[in-house]
Design a protein around this ligand. Structure first.
Ligand code: OAD
Length: 232
């Protein structure tokens, strides 16, 4: 068991106080996901979308990584083989916990993307205030978030890692959003052992060899210990 790909979703950050997307009422912080997470929504009402993500960023500044983020960062530090942590999350809790071999496939809340020059920059202040791009000075920054209908980041690198993976671990994701929801099938087809750690069985649960239910802050540290024991 040398090469590992880990996929994380909103469930890993739930115990840090960040809301998941598909909660009991099917709303994300009071909004339908389509009303704030599509290019059409941004074209229709940029201020609403900016205020929404500005609020998420402010909330993130108050949140801390939990034991699940810390356990993955420990795995990253200790694992001798290849590892890629692919996160669908736009929060920065993995890196704040110390993870390095990390790819944000849906972008990052802490970055802006300029619609004029296509450069990325760290967000300082609220984007609803339409600050200028630090590169070209145009006041045309949008959140650097991959919205529905847009191409996720890093798909070539992810595909390559999945091809070589001996183990695929999916943590805290409902398996409702492609292409991430299909990674388990790619990994399994190429012979990886597939494990799911989630509060409840995900939509793709039957594709996993092993599906464990519980809170990420319990399951992930225990699973990382198991893995590191195999290396010892
Ligand atoms: P979802 O909200 O769809 O799913 C979160 C999953 O985490 C659910 O299956 C929960 O049961 C599980 N969960 C909740 N609390 C947990 C805990 N404490 N421990 C373990 N599991 C827990 O979130 P994602 O699957 O991440 O995309 O959503 C995928 C994408 O849909 C997001 O990246 C986002 C959204 O639209 C974009 O913004 C582009």
């Amino acid at each position: 068991m040398d090469n590992i790909v880990v996929l994380t979703g909103a469930g890993i950050s739930a115990e840090s106080g960040l809301a998941t997307f598909r909660g009991p009422e099917g709303l994300w912080e009071g909004h339908r996901v389509e009303d704030v997470a599509t290019p059409e929504a941004f074209a229709r009402d940029p201020e609403l979308v900016h205020r929404f993500y500005d609020a998420r960023r402010a909330q993130l500044a108050q949140a801390q990584p939990n034991r699940a983020h810390e356990a993955l960062a420990y795995l990253d530090a200790e694992w001798d083989g290849e590892l890629l942590i692919v996160t669908q999350n736009v929060d920065d809790l993995h890196e704040r916990a110390g993870a390095r071999r990390l790819l944000h496939m849906h972008g990052e809340l802490t970055n802006a993307l300029c619609l004029n020059c296509a450069e990325r920059s760290p967000v300082a202040g609220d984007l609803a205030d339409t600050p200028p791009c630090p590169w070209c000075r145009a006041p045309e920054l949008r959140p650097d978030i991959v919205w529905f209908g847009e191409m996720p980041y890093g798909l070539d690198r992810i595909e390559e890692a999945l091809m070589r993976a001996d183990l695929f671990v999916s943590i805290g994701t409902s398996g409702a959003v492609y292409p991430a929801a299909g990674f388990v099938q790619s990994a399994r087809y190429r012979g990886a052992h597939c494990v799911e750690l989630n509060l409840e069985p995900s939509q793709g649960s039957s594709f996993f060899h092993d599906s464990r239910q519980g809170a990420a802050s319990d399951l992930v540290p225990a699973f990382v210990d198991e893995l590191l024991d195999t290396q010892a």
